[in-house]
Design a protein around this ligand. Structure first.
Ligand code: FES
Ligand code: FES
Length: 160
């Protein structure tokens, strides 16, 4: 067991775990941040997406030792207290929040698109969501939600 210290959503955390424990498991089991989901567990589906030092990452592939002194951002850090983020609102309004397993990862991927690209077109949206799988109803409503998020950004920045 090792002590690993890092920040999660701006809060300093120290856990005493095996250094090869997956970040996904530490978030969910040790820190009770269960918004980050497990889908495939193999780096394929994006359900476990978090930001590590600003980089969108599949937390199921990351040994906890790798995030020592890093800043991790999870879906719990996206809303401001009781006030949900505009991207979350867009997913609700457009029916993009469907099964609950893929949605947190989809929202993190959408934030990544918004942070990286000033004016993403349809191809850029699809590419930005390429690492996130929806296995149930398809991507139409999810893409509509991303587009709504992009439109809403025209007047004010939602990428910070
Ligand atoms: S659970 Fe991590 S990529 Fe699927
Ligand atoms: S909406 Fe989550 S898998 Fe399709």
């Amino acid at each position: 067991m090792n002590e690993i210290s890092f920040k999660v959503n701006g809060k300093s955390e120290t856990v005493n775990v095996h250094p090869f424990s997956r970040l996904l498991d530490v978030l969910r089991n040790d820190l009770q941040l269960t918004g980050t989901k497990e889908g495939c567990g193999e780096g394929e589906c994006g359900a476990c997406s978090v930001f590590i030092d600003g980089v969108l990452t599949n937390s199921c592939l990351i040994p906890i030792a790798q995030v020592q002194n890093c800043e991790v951002e999870t879906i719990e850090g996206v809303a401001e207290g009781e006030k949900i983020h505009k991207v979350q609102r867009a997913f609700i309004d457009m029916g993009g929040a469907q099964c609950g397993i893929c949605t947190p990862g989809m929202i993190m991927a959408t934030l990544n698109i918004l942070r990286d690209q000033p004016h993403p077109n349809d191809d850029a949206i699809r590419e930005g969501l390429a690492g996130n799988f929806c296995r149930c109803t398809g991507y139409t409503k999810i893409i509509d939600a991303v587009k709504k998020s992009i439109e809403e950004r025209e007047d004010e920045s939602i990428s910070s």
